[in-house]
Write a protein that binds this ligand. Structure first.
Ligand SMILES: [Zn+2]
Length: 154
């Protein structure tokens, strides 16, 4: 499944906020630009992991491959920013960043793209609420993962 990519403009150039692309993480960044969410998977214990690190935190193995995530997960934790710490995000205030636990077990941070004015200010996000990954394309072409609440049919 390809993840939807949306373009985002910024009041200030956000390029300096992202880490440098190198041989170890290039596939992750290239995947995002192609609508895929790729993480490392240990060749020893087979567990996926994120963020990108040279040694498996579960078994200590150093051999790894890439694996593609489904993009689906649930809210593990969240924070609502009511004050801007970076001018690049001033126009988003207030906004929510979640820690999503993906179906495959890895946890990833990302901004929640849902409009906050449609969510209660005191408890905007429920723990375990289902989410799907969306990808934001920044002005310099780099893409970052973000999340959107999945509608639960009742
Ligand atoms: Zn391992």
């Amino acid at each position: 499944m390809t993840i939807v990519i949306t373009e985002r403009s910024f009041p200030q150039d956000p390029a300096s906020l992202l880490p440098a692309v190198n041989a170890d993480n290039a596939h992750y960044w290239d995947g995002l630009a192609a609508g895929e969410l790729n993480v490392q998977q240990c060749d020893g214990c087979r567990r996926p992991r994120y963020p990108i690190v040279p040694v498996c935190p579960y078994c200590g193995g150093t051999a790894w491959s890439w694996t593609k995530l489904s993009g689906r997960g649930k809210v593990f934790s969240w924070v609502r920013y009511a004050r801007s710490y970076l001018p690049e995000f001033e126009d988003l205030m207030p906004y929510v960043v979640i820690l999503a636990e993906m179906e495959e077990g890895v946890r990833m941070f990302g901004r929640l793209m849902d409009k906050l004015d449609k969510l209660p200010a005191t408890m905007p996000v429920s723990i375990n609420a289902p989410v799907e990954t969306v990808i934001e394309k920044w002005p310099d072409g780099r893409c970052v993962p973000a999340f959107k609440l999945l509608k639960v049919k009742s």
